[in-house]
Design a binder for this molecule. Structure first.
Ligand code: SF4
Length: 279
């Protein structure tokens, strides 16, 4: 089968940095925890767990040792609790995620009601919510109507949302009665690059595969965008998960991968697909 891989796919600098920091820490320390899964990819998580990394969802459960803060960041409350317990903190928060937190704080100090366009349940958004009081989350049009009646609205965005969604929500907000709107574009260029390359590719191929964690926000966004232009788009984690029967009748396959998908998963998938006979 002919296989084309998207020009930009797989690990982004923020994720690569978090994994490097975890590996270096595991090489010299014994009792190492990560607050939540370090990235949304079960193969990488398993590899790090085999090297000794303990995944803990709550600071309360960590008695001693070192805690790695993943690229999505941690809430101010979690950091305070870790410091109080005397835990050693290795901060692997992506610089772009840190930027969103700093901007939220700044907008609040300038008197804006802060709103973040993103998914409320995502750890990155949760961490931003802890950086200033009363930040509102806009996940959909319905949330725009719930915005408090404040004069000045400061708007930021979860790094991995699509520019398309960001623009749609801004258009909705523009119809409200806020006297002043201040918009700071906090989208991640790496995520946008992966999205535009994926969309370009999916339009040219018979079948499109999005590789990455099923709970990875940026991978889900890639799948959502590609499904709009190619109905035969499939989001899966690795070659083993593929139902090979869907390949018959297709000649050209496109592949992309989320920012938390390691290169060896992509290479393995590509190799197997190239060898697969669809006729
Ligand atoms: S996708 Fe962007 S914001 Fe998220 S970790 Fe990677 S580089 Fe940082």
């Amino acid at each position: 089968m002919k296989v084309i891989v998207a020009k930009s796919s797989g690990f982004c600098p923020g994720v690569r940095n978090a994994i490097n920091m975890a590996e270096k820490t595991l090489a010299k320390e014994k009792n190492v925890h990560s607050l939540g899964e370090i990235i949304h990819n079960k193969d990488v998580v398993q590899k790090l767990a085999d090297a000794g990394l303990k995944i803990t969802e709550k600071v309360e459960k960590i008695k001693a040792g070192t805690v790695i803060i993943r690229s999505h960041g941690a809430t101010a409350e979690q950091i305070k609790k870790m410091e109080k317990k005397g835990l050693q903190i290795i901060d692997a928060t992506c610089v772009l995620v840190k930027r969103v937190q700093k901007i939220a704080k700044l907008l609040h100090s300038e008197g804006y009601q802060v709103a973040i366009i993103g998914d409320k349940g995502h750890p990155e958004v949760q961490a931003v919510l802890g950086s200033a009081p009363d930040i509102m989350v806009i996940g959909s049009k319905a949330d725009v109507a719930k915005l408090s009646k404040h004069k000045k609205l400061g708007i930021i965005c979860q790094t991995t949302q699509s520019p398309e969604h960001f623009a749609q929500m801004l258009a909705e907000i523009a119809q409200t009665e806020f006297v002043e709107l201040k918009v700071i574009n906090t989208l991640c260029k790496e995520a946008i690059k992966r999205q535009s390359c994926a969309v370009q590719l999916c339009k040219k191929v018979d079948i499109m595969f999005i590789l990455g964690g099923l709970h990875s926000a940026n991978t889900m966004k890639l799948a959502e965008l590609c499904k709009k232009y190619n109905k035969k788009t499939f989001h899966l984690q690795n070659w083993k998960e593929l139902d090979k029967t869907i390949l018959f009748g297709n000649n050209v396959a496109g592949i992309t991968a989320g920012a938390s998908t390691p290169q060896w998963i992509i290479d393995d998938f590509v190799e197997n697909l190239r060898r697969f006979k669809t006729k």
